[in-house]
Structure formats: structure tokens, C-alpha cells
Design a protein around this ligand. Structure first.
Ligand code: NAD
Ligand code: DAU
Length: 339
């Protein structure tokens, strides 16, 4: 099979490519990535010369470029990770989120219709369900929970999901959608909670916790997410949505304290800052469907995954130091300067 992986120079896409090359060496992977601020070619450096891997710098909104690549490579499967992915940036500037996340998805699906495809898989997020209250630990998101997006980011991802399901119903495009909870692991861009806190703690910088730090996220080790997508590609049913989650709810403040403890840094670095606008309180996925139908279960316990992740950031300082020394400084000043 030839598999197009869009957004493969980002966090989850790159982990997915590594997983696929290791576990399905018979498949050919073509990575399409625009290399936005979040895409890092250095992440893919070790596989650049692999015979069954090709990297193409391409914007998924570039219809002509996408069609040309489809004509050339004739993919069997497309897995769409390409997206603007950071909620805070979507609050600052929503437009590019609508462009890439919605219109880019449309371009890819139009190409699939034109040239044919065995499966188009949309990598979605649990954020499309909105949030749950802290005092109702009995509630979880299922695939039938109504869409109720809070941020421009989640609204754009919800729109993309709807468009994908509409292309299935109207044009018969063979699609699947997954909606996953918060991922953590190697190669996550240091604007996100866990790598930002690790990088700041290592540099003895303040650890900016939004609001009271009581918001809850359901954390999943990135490799488990990759395994779930692989399962859906091979065994999932066309037109279906699959929730993916770790059954691992944690308060932000507890994660930040754990990072301090592991790195031997004082909790006095923790600084409570102005809350995120429209901040979702709690996400919690019910992954019963993917377990029941496809046999998938998360394998990495948070206690192990977070230690592996912290160790990875300690061992790969050059990777993230290069990122935070560049334009990231301007972003950090804008986002946290007066907070
Ligand atoms: P990321 O920001 O680390 O990577 C996104 C990648 O997409 C980057 O390599 C970037 O260069 C590329 N990209 C952006 N715009 C593009 C465009 N127009 N054309 C081509 N490439 C483009 O994101 P991530 O955290 O790896 O998330 C990947 C996907 O998974 C996203 O769709 C996101 O919504 C979804 N998701 C993420 C999480 C999470 O916890 N990170 C959880 C659930 C779902
Ligand atoms: O749930 C899946 C989603 O998880 C994905 O769809 C998104 O792409 C991904 O970015 C992530 O969204 P979150 O908003 O949950 O992740 P983030 O790492 O930005 O924040 C996690 C929590 O930590 C959230 O409650 C906000 C808080 N936070 C975040 C940052 C960056 C802080 O308290 N301080 C910070 O500096």
C-alpha cells in the first residue's frame, strides 16, 4: 500500500510514520507537510533516505499540488494529521485554522474522489464534544455525544469531521474518523502543556498554569494513538467514528507538580496566570467502541509514559532548544508576556 500521511513533520504524524515504517515495512509512506512553525524536518532526518519513505513539502490547501501528487503516487490510503493544532493560537488568529483544518481537508477529499482511494482517515479530536463538568465524574464522551465546540480550533476540527462524514454519505467516499484525547510523548512542540513545562523547568523559568490548574485532560501516550489509527485503517468500518482515549484523567496542576518532582525543581516555579478564554474544564473519552469492535486498548501507563517522555526531552535538548531559540520567543512573549 502507498499511504499518504499529511502533517507528518508534526508531533503525532511523525510518531505515526515511525510506527508504520517499523511495523509495516511492506507499505510505502509519502509524507505531505507544509512545514509551518509546527513542522520540523529534523524530526524525520533518520528516515529521509529510507527506500519506502518520501517527503514532499506541500500545503494541503494547494489543490493543484495535491492533485499532481495523487496522480504521481496513486495513494491507497490517506491519513490526515495536517492541521493547525494549538487552541491558544486559534484564539489569537482563527483564520488559518479554518483554511487548513476545513478547506485543506476538503481539497484532500476532492483528490480522493477524483483519483480513487481505499480509505480517507481523518484524525480528529475529543475537543469537538466541548467539555464536561468537574462534579460529574460519571459522564464521558461517546461517539454519539453531540458536537459542542468551544474554541475556533475545536470548531474548525468539528467542521472538518462533519464534512468528512458528509462526503461519505453524499459521494460514498470510504472514510473513517477518530477522535482522540490529549497526546503526550516525543517530538511534541513545546507550546503544549507537557513539553512547555519540561522545557521551562529545565531552564528554571516560571511554569505558567492557566486559572487554578484544575482543568482535567485524559492523557494518552502517542504510540497508543498511532496503534489505534493503524487498527482503524485495517479493521475499521467505513463511515464510522471511533473515540480514542487513555482512561487517564489528570488535573493540569498535578501534571506540573509531577514534572517538577521528576526534574528535582521547586514547585515555587509554578505561576498561576490569567485563564485561557472559553477554557474547557474536563475531557473524558469513553473508548468502549474501539475496544469492542477493533480490540484496541491503551498499553502505556501514564506513570511510565511520562517518565519516558521527560527522559526523551532530557536526551534531545538540541531538538527543542533549536525550536525555542527561534520565532517561538516572539510567540512566548505575545502569549505569556502580560498574562
Ligand atoms: P502539530 O501541530 O504538532 O503538527 C501539525 C503538522 O501539520 C505540522 O507538521 C505542520 O507543518 C503541518 N501542517 C499544518 N498546516 C498544514 C497545511 N496547510 N498543509 C500541510 N501541512 C500542514 O499537531 P499534532 O499535535 O501532531 O496533531 C496532529 C493532528 O492530530 C491534528 O489534526 C490534531 O487536531 C489532532 N489531534 C491532536 C491531539 C494532541 O493531543 N496533540 C489529540 C487529538 C487529535
Ligand atoms: O484533547 C485533544 C487536544 O489536546 C488536541 O486536539 C489539541 O491539538 C491539543 O493541543 C490538546 O489541546 P489542549 O488545549 O487540551 O492542550 P494544551 O497542551 O494546550 O493544554 C492542556 C491543558 O493545560 C489545558 O487545560 C490548558 C493548560 N495549559 C496549557 C498551556 C500551554 C496551561 O495551564 N498552561 C500552559 O502554558
Amino acid at each position: 500500500m502507498t499511504i499518504f500521511v499529511t502533517g507528518g513533520a508534526g508531533f503525532i504524524g511523525s510518531n505515526f510514520i515511525f510506527f508504520m515504517l517499523n511495523n509495516h515495512p511492506e507499505d510505502r509512506i509519502v509524507c505531505l507537510d507544509k512545514l509551518t512553525y509546527a513542522g520540523n524536518l529534523s524530526t524525520l532526518k533518520d528516515i529521509m533516505d529510507s527506500p519506502n519513505f518520501r517527503f514532499v513539502k506541500l500545503d494541503i490547501c494547494d489543490r493543484e499540488g495535491v492533485y499532481k501528487l495523487f496522480e504521481e503516487e496513486k495513494p491507497d490510503v490517506v491519513v490526515n494529521f495536517a492541521a493547525e493544532s494549538h487552541v491558544d493560537r486559534s484564539i489569537e488568529n482563527p483564520e488559518v485554522f479554518l483554511q487548513t483544518n476545513i478547506l485543506g481537508t476538503q481539497v484532500l477529499m476532492d483528490a480522493c474522489r477524483k483519483y480513487g482511494i481505499q480509505r480517507f482517515h481523518q484524525v480528529g479530536t475529543d475537543e469537538v464534544y466541548g467539555d464536561l463538568p468537574l462534579d460529574r465524574p460519571d459522564l464521558f464522551f461517546t461517539e454519539t455525544t453531540p458536537i459542542h465546540a468551544s474554541s475556533p480550533y475545536s470548531a474548525s476540527k468539528a467542521s472538518a469531521d462533519l464534512l468528512v462524514l458528509a462526503y461519505h454519505r453524499t459521494f460514498g467516499l470510504p472514510v473513517t474518523v477518530s477522535r482522540c484525547s490529549n497526546n503526550y510523548g516525543p517530538y511534541q512542540f513545546p507550546e503544549k502543556l507537557i513539553p512547555l513545562m519540561i522545557a521551562n523547568a529545565l531552564n528554571d523559568k516560571p511554569l505558567p498554569v492557566y486559572g487554578k490548574g484544575e482543568n482535567v485532560r485524559d492523557w494518552l501516550y502517542v504510540e497508543d494513538h498511532c496503534k489505534a489509527i493503524d487498527c482503524i485503517l485495517r479493521k475499521g468500518r467505513d463511515g464510522e467514528v471511533y473515540n480514542i482515549g487513555g482512561h487517564n484523567e489528570m488535573k493540569n496542576i498535578d501534571i506540573v507538580k509531577l514534572i517538577c518532582k521528576t526534574l528535582g525543581k521547586p514547585e515555587s516555579l509554578i505561576t498561576y496566570v490569567t485563564d485561557r478564554k472559553g477554557h474547557d474544564m474536563r475531557y473524558a473519552i469513553d473508548p468502549a467502541k474501539i475496544h469492542r469492535e477493533l480490540g484496541w486498548l491503551p498499553e502505556t501507563k501514564f506513570a511510565d509514559g511520562i517518565q519516558k517522555t521527560i527522559q526523551w526531552y532530557l536526551d534531545h535538548k538540541a531538538w527543542w532548544e533549536e525550536i525555542i531559540s527561534g520565532d517561538y520567543q516572539n510567540y512566548y512573549q505575545r502569549m505569556y508576556g502580560d498574562r
